[in-house]
Design a protein around this ligand. Structure first.
Ligand SMILES: [Zn+2]
Ligand SMILES: [Zn+2]
Length: 195
């Protein structure tokens, strides 16, 4: 179980308390027990959503966007793959769905101005997510992707079109496509439009 300090910390980090964040708290709590905390890069997560839950995961587990051990795939799924580098332990958590169906139905029937009613349902959702069995919320399944590489620092080079510095792995220099120029991603898109 998360301590009240951890819960308060997550809410302060995210800026509000919401059902999405609470899903992330449950993921964080489970992963802390099963995988531990990532002081550095020893645990990697691949998140398949950019919703509120990801903030709880960053705060609690220490997998952060900036550290490079949080990889975002824009799939719109409440699903998370975790990898531990020391022993290659891994798993994917994917939402079962249905936990909040009745509350969501009630929410849809409410008038959009009914703030009290909406807040009440929201709180019921948070409480239900917080207290449900973990197995009711998520399926624990094998990962479907290889463990991401360790984040590396790459040299920067200038884009031959805009002149801005770009990580060299993000520059494209394919003579057939760019005419031999090093082009950054937006300049490449503009270049493609011209030809
Ligand atoms: Zn939120
Ligand atoms: Zn450019």
């Amino acid at each position: 179980m998360l301590t009240q300090n951890q819960i308060d910390g997550v809410i302060a980090f995210h800026g509000h308390h919401c059902p999405g964040l609470t899903f992330g708290m449950r993921v964080g709590d489970w992963v802390l027990q099963e995988f531990g905390h990532a002081a550095d890069e020893e645990i990697v997560v691949v998140v398949e959503t950019d919703m509120c839950a990801v903030d709880a995961i960053q705060y609690l587990i220490g997998c952060t966007f900036g550290k490079g051990n949080l990889v975002f795939l824009d799939y719109g799924k409440n699903a998370y793959s975790f990898f531990r580098r020391c022993d290659s332990k891994s798993c994917r958590l994917v939402t079962r769905g249905g936990l909040l169906s009745d509350l969501r139905e009630q929410q849809e029937k409410l008038d959009s101005n009914d703030t009290t009613g909406r807040n009440h349902i929201r709180q019921q959702m948070i409480d239900r997510i917080l207290h449900a069995d973990f197995s009711e919320i998520f399926s624990i399944v094998p990962v479907q992707i290889p463990m991401p590489d360790v984040a590396r620092i790459h040299a920067s080079k200038r884009c031959d079109h805009c002149g801005e510095l770009v990580m060299e792995t993000r520059l494209l220099n394919d003579p057939a496509i760019t005419g031999g120029k090093n082009l950054c991603i937006p300049c490449r898109a503009a270049y493609n439009k011209k030809i």
